[in-house]
Design a protein around this ligand. Structure first.
Ligand code: PLP
Length: 382
């Protein structure tokens, strides 16, 4: 099932937009280029698939190739942790370099985070590169494979008896107790500085896309949303670049954790949480509370909010595999929406203002980050 709601806001501009401008972009891009294993992930034109669903163009940015970690999230974690370490040492944060830090003894620094997979893997990986400690909290619904992926780099992984929001609460407490640095990709009242830097780290993802588009542009982009930090960063980048003529942005969430969708539906201008196990197969999107900073941007600028069940994500994974793109549960849902709409309910296209002239950008935000489940989904029949 797919539910869509349009955003009735859109008159007020978020004050946060200017934090994602050209200057921020240049700093972030320059930093990521210093990472030893950095290279832009592929942007693939899916011409045949565009013909199948009857649109003008369809691209996918394939994050399964991101720095061996198979998801974009490391872009934010690496940028934030490098910024924090530069500040602690007292170096000039305008000239961030991975290599320069790599040669320092940083073993006295400890980072703490909560994750449903990819952000924690990024935090643990970069901490490990720098010789820092990292403690990662995960919900009890986390898959064995994703836990193992993080254990490869983290000092310790804790499984919390509860959902992602509970893991986030535990990480916050633990960081305070241990006097360690909380590096969370969500923000709340009083905790905004680090999540903002993480969001700025995601600028690289959208800026690579524009570099690769070579002057072309898309009319619609689908943004897979958990706490909202990545979608908000992309939204802010687009508002900076195009103002009110920006492409249409669709915020996509699992129906078991659709806190942005529900907040827009309630329409009182405030973010609202959703509760329960948050046990969608789209683990990376299974967050019950919007990030404060992300809410400010998304609620003022995003166009449509889409809530989907797990079958749509699985359909997307199988469709991507037919064109040899490895896309995981949280990465594939948008292609699932297009395929489902074409096969079953063309009114979805109308609701999203998609027609034969549309040029659509998808971001497959993760590869097979749980290879066992990935294989299982591919073996299921549509
Ligand atoms: C694969 C994937 N896609 C999308 C997202 C959503 O990003 P955000 O939580 O910043 O909204 C996540 C979050 O972890 C993710 O892992």
């Amino acid at each position: 099932m797919i539910k869509i709601i349009s955003n009735k806001n859109g008159k007020e501009k978020s004050n946060l937009i200017s934090l994602f401008d050209e200057g921020s972009k240049n700093k972030v891009r320059a930093f990521h280029k210093t990472l030893l294993n950095y290279k832009p992930t592929p942007l693939i034109e899916m011409n045949k698939y565009a013909d199948i669903v009857g649109v003008n163009k369809l691209w996918v940015k394939d994050e399964s190739h991101r720095m061996g970690l198979k998801a974009f999230k490391v872009l934010g974690a690496s940028y934030a942790i490098t910024n924090i370490l530069y500040e602690k040492i007292g170096w000039d944060k305008n000239e961030l370099s991975f290599e320069k830090l790599f040669n320092e003894d940083l073993s006295q620094f400890t980072f703490v985070t909560a994750t449903d997979g990819n952000h924690g893997r990024g935090v643990a990986w970069i901490s490990n590169q720098f010789g820092c400690k990292s403690f990662v909290f995960m919900p009890n619904t986390s898959s064995e494979v994703r836990i193992n992926n993080i254990e490869e780099f983290a000092t310790e992984v804790f499984i919390v008896d509860g959902n992602y929001d509970m893991a986030s609460g535990k990480a916050k407490e633990y960081a305070k107790q241990k006097n360690a640095i909380l590096v969370q990709d969500s923000s709340w009242e009083g905790y905004e500085k680090i999540p903002l830097i993480i969001m700025q780290g995601y600028i690289t993802l959208i800026d690579e896309i524009y570099e690769q588009l070579n002057g072309d542009n898309f009319s619609h982009i689908f943004l897979h949303c958990g706490v909202g930090s990545m979608p908000a960063a992309i939204e802010a980048y687009l508002v900076n670049k195009f103002g009110t003529d920006k492409p249409i942005t669709n915020i996509v969430e699992p129906n078991k954790a659709d806190c942005f969708y529900k907040s827009i539906e309630i329409n009182d201008g405030k973010p609202h949480s959703v509760y329960g196990k948050l046990d969608s197969v789209m683990a990376g999107l299974s967050c019950g509370t919007p990030s404060k900073l992300a809410w400010d941007i998304i609620s003022k600028h995003s166009n449509y909010f889409i809530s989907c069940d797990d079958e749509i994500a699985k359909l997307g994974m199988r469709e991507f595999s037919k064109v040899n793109i490895i896309s995981g549960e949280s990465g594939a849902v948008s292609l699932g929406i297009l395929k489902y709409a074409f096969d079953n309910d063309k009114s979805i296209f109308e609701k999203l203002e998609i027609d034969s002239s549309s040029k659509i950008m998808l971001i497959s935000t993760e590869g097979d980050t749980d290879q066992i489940f990935y294989k299982q989904v591919l073996s299921e029949i549509d």
